[in-house]
Design a protein around this ligand. Structure first.
Ligand code: PEP
Ligand code: MN
Length: 491
């Protein structure tokens, strides 16, 4: 498990009579994987700490701490994502760009759960399918940055890299290893409150929901959205009346957690070799890599779902090496810089046994580029052995970030919806299924994206701009996005 043994394994492969050229032709999976084998590969967005002893101390602590999520839950999500890949369900994933430790607070957590729940109801109504909910929450603490430093008041200082690495305050920018342990506890506390709220009935559809549509200025939209809410409310009333809730399904929901698997030191420590849940099908031949199958597999127990970011998905890089060994369902961001051959290579490395629903391709091109780029990506995947095995998910946020003339990072609601609409249309033309959306949102009344039926303009951005990274949809804009998607499905 140590760095040293991972290095030795690979050295052995190259010296045991296998020539280097045939090594490169070997099936990737036949090369030994361990939770630390990523350390032998080139890495992007690396964390270089000033004090190594303190890092070791934190990592040793993390090694001992119990899993935050369990294999049973992870495999339940994987089974649900299989349904999404097969076109039988829809996936809603959303939350902050950068979750702060400060967001580990009752109201912030509650408003996000409620928003995701309401959006999911609208999407169920629209798509006529079950909706799988994944929050970008309880661990979304590490951020890739385009530059390691930034200029503040004429001084060059390290960029903010997320609460797990350093602080936003100008005095806190040095990487602090104690934050690794702090991230674990904030993640665990957040998930604890999510679990407690759900088991105490926050998602109980027997109670009335506050849809708060008062802000919608356009009377036509107001009546359209009110119509959708009335229809949802009527359906719920009907189900209760006819006693369709025998299994208590109106009382509770599943809500899974996710984050970008960026800081591999942390992810490695939360990666545990654990017993496969008994309902999981036995692994196929060759699926268990370096050890005899003792009924166990490696699970990343820090979250149910992790994704690799657009900046760290190099085929031969550390992140892809790490991701290929875990059982969790995983996402890969793909965009304008992804070549079709890399896309296929990624699938072959990350999902050699073509498990349906294992990989979610999170596409993010930008409204003006999606038409030119997505069709080729769909064709290469759906024309390969991976046809019908991936979840296609649209992230309409990250290709549409702009700066205002005064230098504020923002996104226009219209651009976000435009990429989503275009993506839906392209999948329809190609005969593939857009299985979900990936949104940056918050349950609070922030002013970070312009547009939407509140009519936020650039001048309004300064009113309540609180994001420490990318601009998020506020609660009204997010709900409206769900109404628009539902409207699209209903035609
Ligand atoms: C993100 O999801 O916040 C992010 C950094 O996205 P991407 O990797 O697509 O740029
Ligand atoms: Mn972001």
């Amino acid at each position: 498990r140590s760095l040293k043994s991972a290095g030795n394994d690979i050295a052995e492969l190259t010296t045991n009579g296998v020539s280097p050229s045939s090594v490169t032709q070997l099936d990737k999976e036949s090369q030994p994987w361990t939770p630390s084998s990523w350390t032998t590969k080139p890495i992007k967005q690396d964390a270089v700490y000033p004090d190594h002893k303190a890092v070791e101390k934190s990592l040793t602590k993390l090694d001992r701490l119990p899993p935050i999520v369990t294999p049973m839950e992870i495999m339940k999500l994987k089974a649900s994502l299989r349904d999404v890949a097969l076109g039988k369900a829809f996936l809603l994933q959303g939350g902050d760009c950068a979750e702060l430790f400060d967001y580990c607070e009752e109201n912030a957590i509650e408003s996000k759960i409620k928003l995701l729940l309401q959006m999911s109801l609208v999407l169920i109504w629209g798509s006529n399918k079950p909706v799988v909910r994944i929050a970008r929450m309880a661990g979304q603490y590490a951020k890739p940055r385009s530059s390691p430093t930034e200029m503040v008041d004429g001084k060059e200082i390290p960029s903010f890299r997320g609460d797990i690495l350093n602080g936003y305050g100008l005095e806190e920018r040095t990487l602090d290893p104690e934050r690794l342990v702090s991230a674990y506890f904030h993640s665990a506390s957040t998930l604890n409150f999510i679990r407690a709220s759900i088991s105490s009935g926050i998602a109980d559809l027997h109670g009335p929901l506050d849809w708060g549509l008062g802000h919608v200025q356009d009377p036509e939209l107001q009546s359209k959205y009110s119509g959708i809410v009335a229809s949802i409310t009527d359906s719920l009333r009907f189900m209760r009346t006819v006693g369709a809730d025998t299994a208590g399904q109106l009382q509770t929901v599943d809500l899974y957690t996710s984050h970008e698997g960026l800081l591999l030191e942390y992810e490695q420590r939360l990666t545990r070799r654990l017993k496969r849940p008994s309902s999981t099908p036995a692994p196929r031949e060759g699926q268990v890599k370096s050890q005899a199958d003792d009924g166990k597999a490696y699970y990343n127990t820090s979250a149910h779902f992790l994704w690799v970011g657009d900046r760290t998905r190099q085929i031969d890089g550390a992140h892809i090496e790490y991701f290929r060994g875990i059982e969790n369902p995983i996402g890969v961001k793909i965009g304008p810089t992804t070549s079709s051959s890399d896309l296929l290579a990624l699938l072959r490395i990350l999902n050699p046994h073509i498990e349906v629903g294992k990989i979610t391709l999170i596409t993010r091109y930008g409204a003006s580029k999606v038409r030119g780029l997505l069709p080729a990506h769909i064709k290469i995947v759906e024309g390969s052995e991976y046809a019908r095995s991936v979840v296609w998910q649209c992230d309409p946020m990250h290709g549409n970030t702009k700066s205002t003339s005064t230098g504020i990072k923002t996104r226009q609601f219209a651009d976000i919806f435009s990429e989503l609409q275009e993506t839906l249309a392209i999948h329809k033309e190609q005969g593939s299924y857009l299985g979900g959306v990936h949104l940056e949102l918050t349950g609070d009344a922030v002013t970070e994206c312009t547009g939407g039926s509140e009519g936020l303009g650039e001048d309004d951005l300064s009113l309540n701009y609180t994001s420490f990274c990318d601009p998020r949809l506020n609660e009204k804009q997010a709900l409206e996005m769900a109404f628009l998607i539902a409207g699209h499905f209903r035609g």
